[in-house]
Design a protein around this ligand. Structure first.
Ligand SMILES: *Cc1c(COP(=O)(O)O)cnc(C)c1O
Length: 481
């Protein structure tokens, strides 16, 4: 599985290209360039044939893992298949080559696409307006909370805290802190849901917002959502929904109808645009009517048949990114939504939920489930049984690589000891789910008979166990002898 350096391949004189014969006079470099700039030894470049070159880079690319190669059940990240037609649409010359400073009359198609995408997201979210500008989920959170803060400030008191359950994604308290709010954490109930009594204890007129994920990070639907929204609104607070993962809800329930005033969408998760490795993404926010005056500029507006950009929004929080957000990602999401239609999107959610429950049922005798009720688009196990044999959630994740699967999310949500969070997505056929479950069951058996093989996994990958903290802080990106 390893690949030699390209310098170790080939032989002197070998070439991966052929050029036509020179048909202009050859010029002596001597005399044309300053002497000290001319090398007297040739550059040490690899000398390989075309097939060696192609094989080298193809082999390197195959050391990586991606959605197009195999199952990628990374919980909370929604690693679904990204239809290739999205890429074709994004390559449309008029969209791909559009310049953000091009005059409006030459950008009507691009503006129309953004206008219509906003319309789709408004309908999906049950919201009054959408800003397409934020470029990631966390960026949407920041923008949404800035909008909430601007509203409260305009009404005389910015308020000082945001209430967040202990199951929340780490970006939620971080975003609240960035906007100058104190993140007040409430403990979840035994069922893994928001504990309404705990909420009442901290909810008051200093609460700017209650920030929830629904379905929450345990993959469970917050059944008390209507009451929670009513309580928050009675205190003059807004309801913020972390809608990074709408995969369970499309066409079934709308965040706005559950009482949420702000929701961010992760187009790079739910709406099938490629992600991983840091982006690019898109995290548009949808807001209720009260908050509409505060969303970022510009907005895309329509007057008769003409589309235009509106910068004249005096209460706006301003721009949160250059121009109009990550335009190429917007084109991909637009294509996906258009292609699926309302019926197709609903089927996405129905199948995502079905797939997650199928995995949960098949594995429940082998792995502990903290909250064993039907789940939404993802299911959370705990490696509690395996821990008794000295095997941790991350050992199981590493061992899955030997079986050819991308590891699931582990140790999140933080409230589950030894969490293993599996999100199959709707795009996986039953055969894939079965082979994944077979691997998980085989690993559970290995833990009983030969735990060492699991503890020392992976055995078949290019690199074995990295020091994960060091790998993030000091990535080793350079080949060294
Ligand atoms: C992915 C995710 C986010 C953050 O989204 P980014 O685009 O990575 O910034 C926030 N909340 C939840 C629940 C997520 O899954």
């Amino acid at each position: 599985m390893s690949e030699q350096l390209i310098f170790k391949k080939g032989a002197p004189g070998r070439k991966a290209y052929s050029l036509p014969a020179l048909d202009v006079p050859e010029v002596e470099l001597q005399g044309l360039l300053p002497k000290e700039l001319i090398k007297d030894t040739p550059l040490n470049l690899p000398e390989v044939s075309e097939i060696e070159l192609i094989r080298h880079f193809t082999n390197l690319s195959r050391l990586n893992y991606g959605v197009d190669l195999g199952f990628y059940p990374l919980g909370s990240c929604t690693m679904k298949y990204n239809p290739k037609v999205n890429e074709e649409a994004a390559k449309t010359p008029g969209l791909m080559n559009a310049h953000p400073l091009q005059p409006e009359q030459l950008s009507q198609g691009a503006l129309r696409m953004m206008y219509e995408l906003e319309g789709f997201l408004k309908e999906i979210g049950g919201v009054d307006r959408v800003s397409l500008q934020p470029v990631a989920g966390a960026h949407g959170e920041l923008t949404g909370l800035l909008v909430i803060r601007a509203y409260h400030e305009a009404h005389g008191n910015p308020r000082h805290k945001v209430i967040i359950p202990d199951s929340a994604h780490g970006t939620n308290p971080a975003s609240a802190a960035l906007v100058g709010y104190e993140a007040v954490v409430i403990k979840s109930s035994k069922e893994g849901l928001v504990d309404v009594e705990e909420l009442k204890k901290v909810l008051d007129t200093e609460t700017a917002a209650v920030m929830l994920t629904n379905p929450n990070t345990l993959g469970l639907f917050e059944k008390d959502i209507a009451e929670i929204s009513r309580l928050a609104h009675d205190a003059g607070a807004f309801m913020y929904m972390d809608g990074a993962n709408l995969n369970a809800l499309l066409g079934i329930v709308r965040p706005g109808d559950m009482g949420f005033d702000v929701v961010h969408f992760n187009l790079h998760k739910t709406f099938s645009t490629p992600h991983g490795g840091g982006g690019p993404g898109a995290g548009p926010i949808g807001v209720s009517e009260k908050l509409t005056p505060f969303i970022p500029v510009p907005t895309v507006e329509k007057d008769g048949d003409r589309y235009y950009l509106d910068y004249n929004r005096p209460k706006s929080v301003g721009s949160v990114h250059a121009f109009y957000g990550n335009f190429g990602v917007l084109v991909r999401a637009y294509t996906y939504i258009k292609k699926m239609g309302a019926k197709g999107l609903r089927e996405v959610s129905e199948n995502a939920v079905l797939n997650a429950n199928y995995i949960k049922k098949r594995l429940q005798d082998y792995y502990y489930i903290p909250n064993n009720v039907p789940c939404m688009h993802e299911c959370v196990f705990s490696a509690k049984y395996q821990k008794a044999k000295g095997v941790h959630s991350w050992d199981i994740a590493k061992r899955l690589q030997d079986y050819g699967f991308h590891p699931p999310t582990v140790n999140f949500p933080l409230i589950v000891e030894e969490a293993i969070m599996i999100e199959p997505t709707e795009t996986e056929p039953k055969e894939t789910l079965d082979s994944f479950c077979d691997a998980m069951i085989a690993i559970a058996k290995e833990v009983e008979t030969n735990p060492e093989i699991v503890k020392n996994a992976p055995h078949t990958t290019v690199v074995r166990r990295l020091d994960e903290a060091l790998a993030v802080k000091k990535p080793n990106l350079r080949w060294k002898k």
